[in-house]
Design a protein around this ligand. Structure first.
Ligand SMILES: NC(=O)c1ccc[n+]([C@@H]2O[C@H](COP(=O)([O-])OP(=O)(O)OC[C@H]3O[C@@H](n4cnc5c(N)ncnc54)[C@H](OP(=O)(O)O)[C@@H]3O)[C@@H](O)[C@H]2O)c1
Length: 287
């Protein structure tokens, strides 16, 4: 049986959706902390098990009879390492054979606060755990582009502190589908895969595509982190969130999100969604 954690969240739920296209529901379990948010999964025959990453005994109970676990990484600004260690230890105690962990892409040595530090610690702990493991270095979600540039078509200028950095954006549903393929196939023991978009795009590329789609000139201007944070705070984001967004820009600037190994496309059997298609569907629906 395969158990997916974070099953009430985006990636976890979409991975279960993908698993259900090839695998009987009786072989799938969902770990949630609030079962009332998982009634759709229960209705589809998925075994819903309840535990918080901080609740070790509940995790051990939830993992009984499970062969493979997909650990969807905990959210930033929480004690990610403590939560991940709990999940890994509980999986081992419950007799799980193999654990998959969703790390972030690391195509350069840049260490991003709140994300890469805890990924590195979790990965080291998992490698030493004695469990079979697979580490997924997931790319930056296309859906996260809006955090950096907003939900509206930019008026004339995109302002992000990302320099000339590129990002190999991938739709979260595509990551989920690729992950489901790995979960349901063999040969991934002690392996690491970078699952990212087929092409990496700079913010100049993004501005160029917006210009074509909007029919007016839109340019990219790389700005410093401080004014970027100030603009985001003025737009209503808390300071620590605005700073977090700026750090993603810094990660892009340092090449952390730019590599494009074609593993995700191979698992999907097609290239991933290109920038133009994503922008058109998201920012120009019905156009
Ligand atoms: N690659 C990227 O661009 C990117 C972007 C954002 C995040 N991430 C990382 O990837 C993960 C998955 O992304 P996502 O979009 O699916 O995030 P999401 O929609 O926020 O889902 C997070 C899931 O984790 C669960 N969770 C959080 N804390 C938990 C805890 N203490 N115990 C048990 N479950 C807990 C949440 O449960 P509830 O529903 O109960 O809250 C939710 O189901 C994130 O958690 C983050 O680490 C990656």
């Amino acid at each position: 049986m395969i158990l997916v954690t974070g099953a009430t969240g985006g990636l976890g739920h979409e991975t279960i959706d993908a698993l259900l296209t090839t695998t009987p529901a009786t072989e799938i379990a969902a770990l949630v902390r609030d079962a009332s948010k998982a009634t759709d999964l229960a209705a589809r025959g998925v075994a819903v098990r309840q535990a918080d990453y901080f609740d070790y005994p509940a995790l051990v109970q939830a993992f009984r009879g499970i062969e493979k676990v997909l650990l969807v990484s905990a959210v930033a600004f929480s004690d990610r390492v403590a939560q991940h260690r709990n999940v890994i230890d509980a999986a081992k105690e419950a007799g799980v054979k193999h654990l998959f962990y969703t790390s972030i892409q690391r195509s350069s040595d840049f260490v991003m606060p709140e994300v890469t530090e805890s990924d590195l610690a979790t990965e080291a702990y998992l490698r030493a755990s004695g469990l079979g493991y697979t580490i997924l270095h997931n790319g930056y979600y296309f859906e996260g582009l809006a955090y950096l540039i907003g939900n509206e078509v930019p008026e004339a200028e995109i302002r992000v502190p990302a320099g000339e950095g590129k990002i190999a954006f991938i739709k979260r549903t595509e990551l989920a589908a690729a992950t489901a393929t790995l979960l349901t196939s063999e040969g991934h023991d002690d392996q690491e895969y970078t699952l990212v978009g087929s092409e990496a795009y700079s913010f100049h590329d993004i501005a160029r595509e917006f210009s074509k789609l909007a029919g007016r000139p839109i340019v990219y201007k790389s700005i410093e982190a401080a004014p970027y944070v100030a603009e985001k705070v003025a737009a209503g984001f808390p300071d620590f969130v605005a700073t977090f967004f700026a750090q993603w820009g810094d990660a892009a600037r340092h090449g952390m999100l730019a590599g494009t190994p074609n593993t995700a496309a191979q698992l999907l059997g097609r290239p991933t969604t290109p920038l133009r298609e994503y922008l058109q569907a998201t920012y120009f629906p019905g156009a």
